[in-house]
Design a protein around this ligand. Structure first.
Ligand code: PCA
Length: 205
């Protein structure tokens, strides 16, 4: 099985994005039955999706697991749904890495309002928890870059009726991020890497 794993560069106030290290390490793993490809995506509206879809066209993977940081979350959270909205709330100071702050914009003018993940999110969560890894389904990927990426991937698969599955997983902050901000919920890199491996194995079942 050809599996594409993506992660994001750092953004906002954080100087690291723990998914980048996950990507480096998962790329070194030998997983029987899986050929792993890795791709780092920019935290820039639209470009994030353009780069991902270009890789999908070239690699024609059987599965795509996109990974991103959701600072403040306490567990590994496969996303159930992506919504057709790009929005940085007015009260937020965050911008993408090009300084962009869209508000009330559609990702696709004629696409559906929402698209469900094609990954086996329940099975992934159940198996991670059986293995002692904190995990839960998330019912909102937000309206920032990660949601933009997930929606664009699912819409592309839908429109082109591709024989592949895909979706998005948010990871909490890593322990090294919590050293500077001790009240930040975090998981160790090792636990998150184990979670990512479990999710890949779930696809191979
Ligand atoms: N998390 C952000 C963008 C990049 C990332 O890792 C998000 O949740 O949209």
């Amino acid at each position: 099985m050809n599996i594409l794993i993506t992660a994001f560069e750092a953004f906002g106030d954080d100087s690291i994005n723990p998914t980048e290290r996950l990507l480096t390490d998962i790329g070194k793993e030998q997983i029987a039955g899986a050929e792993i490809h890795t791709l780092l995506l920019p935290v820039v509206f639209d470009e994030c999706a353009d780069k991902l879809l270009e890789a999908v066209r070239v690699l024609r993977p059987d599965a795509v697991i996109c990974c991103g940081l959701a600072s403040g979350r306490t567990s590994i959270t496969p996303e159930q749904i992506a919504i057709n909205l790009k929005e940085v709330p007015k009260e937020s100071s965050v911008t993408d890495n090009n300084g962009s702050r869209p508000y009330d914009e559609r990702i696709s003018l004629d696409g559906p309002d929402g698209l469900f993940s094609l990954l086996p999110v329940r099975k992934m969560v159940d198996i991670m928890r059986e293995q002692g890894i904190p995990a839960a389904i998330s019912y909102s990927a937000g309206t920032f870059i990660c949601n933009n990426t997930m929606y664009a991937l699912l819409d592309y698969i839908r429109v082109h009726q591709l024989p592949m599955v895909g979706g998005f997983v948010h990871f909490p902050a890593s322990e090294d991020m919590a050293v500077a901000r001790p009240s930040l919920p975090s998981l160790s890199h090792e636990t998150m890497l184990k979670g990512l491996k479990v999710m890949i194995h779930t696809l191979l079942l």
